[in-house]
Design a protein around this ligand. Structure first.
Ligand code: MG
Length: 379
């Protein structure tokens, strides 16, 4: 029987682990509170789960959300891209040839970064299973415990202050404050939150492209003059406006981080060349998976630029992959924004990464260590 499960002990390194099929599921998990940014409001995680089957019974798991306003990927486009463009190229490939497979995935079509990410994550999961090691060890090792911030959605000032205090009480030491709606109110929002949590948490602002370059400089200089200390400001201006990013970076003391402006390694090189930002936010759904995320971390490291690892509204499958990468590249990835699982009402995944509020720890289970996904709907 093809799906017969071999025990881990029976796979030796000379065994082949060939990809035989890719199947899909839909995972829906309600959020504790609606996720609101300058671009959108979302009240649940609703992600495509990818299961890459192999001839020895091992299954690799991947995940991708629809993030139409950021990456352009929708549920339909993710499934179609994998079914008709990626799957035909990777079926029959041997997991041991990881670099060949990631090239086949990346070269399958233009864009569609989330679809590519979902399959790459599953392939890296299998790569870890093949060599019976947790993914972070194969990526270079590291201390398997990291600390994440949590997102405070954009809302009425009183609500944002209450959410911030509650997050600090739950042990979060970094808050990612969503702004970018109305510049005057944004300044008041940040002042109020800073006054409420001042010595107890670092504040990261995420404007999600909501300001013009001049508004961003005005807002940040006003906050700086008022004595508000910010760890960083993220994507103050439109994604394509690299000149605007540079304009802001040159004029404020607060470090500027690029998120929607940079997807892959080529864009990172351009951003560094232009000196358009101080920090880069790596997300697997933008890079198309782990292979390019590793490249970005290495490029940034060579230039002495720090990175954040972030996620979209994702559950603990694709976020687990990001955690493994963050552990292995901790020298460069110094900031962690992997709060997807802690925004969910429950964790549907029984796996090798443990999400406990701000503390994320990784077990030594092979690959991503995923044992069970509850409530997965067949599609
Ligand atoms: Mg962002």
């Amino acid at each position: 029987m093809q799906n017969r499960k071999k025990t881990d002990q029976t796979i030796s390194q000379t065994d082949l682990m060939k990809i035989t099929d890719i199947q899909f599921g839909m995972l829906r998990v309600p959020l504790k509170t609606p996720f609101k940014t300058a671009l959108r409001t979302v009240d649940r995680v609703e992600d495509i789960i990818v299961m890459v089957h192999t001839d020895c019974g091992h299954i690799g798991y991947g995940e991708a959300p629809a993030t139409a306003v950021i990456t352009g990927d929708t549920h339909g486009s993710i499934v179609d891209a994998i079914r008709h463009y990626i799957s035909p190229r990777v079926i029959g490939q041997d997991i041991a040839n990881l670099n060949r497979i990631t090239q086949l995935i990346q070269g399958s079509m233009e864009k569609n970064s989330s679809a590519k990410a979902a399959v790459e994550i599953a392939v890296y999961d299998l790569w870890g299973q093949l060599y019976q090691a947790p993914l972070y060890k194969l990526l270079g090792g590291g201390d398997p415990v990291i600390t994440t911030d949590i997102t405070i959605s954009v809302d009425y000032i009183d609500k944002m202050v209450a959410d911030s205090i509650s997050a600090v009480d739950r042990g979060f030491e970094s808050l990612k404050i969503k702004v970018g709606k109305d510049i005057g109110v944004d300044i008041e929002r940040v002042k109020a939150i800073y006054a409420a949590v001042e010595d107890r948490a670092l504040l990261r602002l995420d404007a999600n492209q909501g300001w013009t370059a001049k508004q961003a400089v005005y807002a940040l200089q006003t906050l700086e003059d008022a004595g508000v200390k910010l760890e960083l400001v993220e994507q103050p201006v439109k994604a394509r406006d690299l000149e605007g990013m540079r304009y802001v970076t040159e004029r404020v003391h607060t470090p500027v981080m690029a998120d929607e402006s940079v997807f892959g390694p080529m864009e990172v090189i351009e951003l560094i060349r232009l000196r358009a930002a101080d920090i880069i936010n790596i997300k697997l759904m933008k890079t198309g998976g782990i292979s390019n995320a590793v490249r970005i971390a290495d490029i940034a490291g060579m230039h002495g630029i720090e990175c954040m690892i972030g996620c979209m509204l994702e559950s603990s499958i694709s976020v687990a992959a990001a955690v493994h990468l963050a552990v292995a590249k901790a020298d460069v990835i110094t900031k962690v924004d992997l709060d997807g699982p802690s925004l969910c009402q429950y964790n549907p995944v029984d796996g090798g990464v443990n999400f406990n509020e701000s503390e994320i720890s990784v077990s030594d289970a092979p690959g991503l260590g995923i044992r069970e996904i509850r409530g997965l709907e067949k599609i």
